[in-house]
Write a protein that binds this ligand. Structure first.
Ligand SMILES: CC(C)(COP(=O)(O)OP(=O)(O)OC[C@H]1O[C@@H](n2cnc3c(N)ncnc32)[C@H](O)[C@@H]1OP(=O)(O)O)[C@@H](O)C(=O)NCCC(=O)NCCS
Length: 134
């Protein structure tokens, strides 16, 4: 088992469950595995759902850092994205997001991916806007 997989041996996801969805055949690459980009996209949406409660307005993703893909995702897996705020600035919020997969035919839930996502509150022109001025 790799060092990274040992890091995923935690039993409990960190943060608020923001999205629960099913990996479908349309989300696969030519080899039949689920695209990493699809998982990242679900995580981005999950972070947006949670941070909008604070930003209460137009918000964009400015950075995705420290992404690690520990385990593959298969068609039929249920993907759950958990979001926890780790930093809050004048115009930005950074959250850690973990994606966990429950395999199609049962078995334990495993952390498959995690990363840090930063969102920035922007005005109508797309320029950064102070969150506490909204
Ligand atoms: C988001 C955007 C408006 C920020 O503009 P900017 O001129 O870089 O703004 P600033 O330098 O003033 O930074 C704004 C905030 O973002 C943070 N930030 C900027 N770049 C960052 C990065 N790479 N990582 C983490 N935080 C970052 C800054 O720390 C600052 O936070 P704070 O106000 O809480 O301290 C601009 O970069 C943009 O429009 N990017 C495209 C966003 C987008 O289209 N996302 C979807 C991609 S598909």
């Amino acid at each position: 088992m790799s060092e990274h997989n040992e890091m995923t041996d935690e039993q409990t996801p960190l943060g608020e469950l923001a999205i629960q969805t099913l990996a479908m055949p349309a989300d696969t690459n030519p080899s039949g595995d689920i695209f990493g980009g699809w998982v990242l996209s679900q995580m981005d949406i999950a972070g947006g759902i949670v941070t909008r409660k604070t930003t209460r307005g137009r918000t964009v993703t400015v950075a995705v850092d420290a992404m690690s893909f520990y385990l593959p995702v298969a068609v039929g897996d249920t993907i759950c994205c958990y979001v926890k705020q780790v930093k809050s600035g004048n115009t930005s919020i950074t959250v850690s997001i973990e994606a966990w997969a429950s395999r199609q035919y049962g078995g334990e839930s495993l952390k498959v991916t995690e990363g840090l996502f930063t969102y920035v509150a922007v005005d109508q022109s797309g320029l950064p806007e102070m969150i506490n001025k909204r």
